[in-house]
Ligand binder design. Sequence first.
Ligand SMILES: [Zn+2]
Length: 167
Amino acid sequence: MRARDGTSLVPVSDVICQILSGELDAAVVARDDQVIAFLDHRPVFKGHVLVAPTPHVDTLLALPGDLMVPLLTMTQRIAAALVAALGAQGTFVAVNNVVSQSIPHLHVHVVPRTKGDGLRGFFWPRTHYAAGEIERYAKQISEALPDASQHPAQIIRREGLDPGRDS
Ligand SMILES: [Zn+2]
């Protein structure tokens, strides 16, 4: 296993590393030096694919820059293939980090979607911001980003726009 920032040299025993080492069976749909894509054995819908980097990476936060494009490129190719192969109208693409992350090895879910497939309600309950709260959240998150001074939080208000503009 290669040494990389954010990756592990220690042998790990998660399901994805076991598939990569041949210890576990998997229905692999694509694989290269950097990324593997295989079917989730307990799919939300049949054709649900997991896309993962082949070096062990815990979460999206630990993903080295040189694996970002390969991971997202494979994700994009799988999303297109689900539409082409299964007649899906679209896909749902998601990454769980730590919470609800069943395998402690970064993986992108690519789930085939079709209008009326019943996934509505699968997701988290929605909440509302109290008055003034959304501005505070925007500021807090913006200030936690690197180079925070380069991109201060900005609240865009419709009142400031020409209401007649329609693009
Ligand atoms: Zn792993």
